[in-house]
Design a protein around this ligand. Structure first.
Ligand SMILES: [Zn+2]
Length: 181
């Protein structure tokens, strides 16, 4: 995985770029949670679920299919007051889906561990993209404070944070000065 904080950075940058100005404040908490939730599957290691298992790390919980279920759940619970099938309802549904799906997609650009079950539950193959520029992040906080951790930070700054900051700044400028939002 890229580190959790980088997944969250992508999510917040996407929110800054695309979210309507009047979203409720809990929207932002959910943005962060949905972007990092797939990595809760590492808890499976403590319960003896192996890496390559259906529910193992980077398995079902990293698939876009799970993202869709998560998004439906988030919208159903936290945005109950939004009219179903209204344009705002679809925005939330698609946004939280893409946000959560971005997690597995980013992971598929990393250079280590097992691949990502991007087509689970229909096909359990673990996939990487042909180009994997992001240094894979160690699992666990302790391992992060090492030479490996530094290499991860450097690669994430270059491949995740820089594009995110550029996207966020440009979109805020475009929204403010062109779209006048
Ligand atoms: Zn992950």
């Amino acid at each position: 995985m890229p580190s959790l904080i980088s997944h969250a950075a992508v999510a917040v940058a996407a929110g800054a770029a695309f979210a309507p100005r009047d979203v409720p404040s809990h929207f932002w908490g959910l943005v962060v949670v949905c972007s990092i939730l797939p990595d809760a599957d590492v808890l499976g290691f403590s319960f003896g679920i192996p890496y390559h298992h259906f529910f193992g790390h980077r398995g079902f919980f990293h698939s876009p299919f799970f993202s869709l279920l998560l998004s439906l759940l988030v919208v159903g619970i936290f945005f109950r007051s939004t009219d179903m099938f209204s344009s705002r309802w679809f925005f939330y549904l698609i946004f939280f889906f893409l946000l959560s799906a971005s997690h597995g997609i980013l992971d598929a650009f990393t250079n280590g561990g097992l691949g990502i079950a991007l087509l689970s539950p229909f096909d359990l193959t673990r996939y990487f993209f042909p180009w994997t520029p992001i240094e894979v992040s160690p699992i666990g906080v302790k391992a992060f404070f090492s030479k490996w951790g530094l290499a991860v930070m450097k690669s994430e700054l270059q491949w995740i944070w820089l594009p995110c900051v550029v996207m966020a700044v440009f979109s805020v400028l475009i929204r403010r000065f062109v779209l006048r939002q």
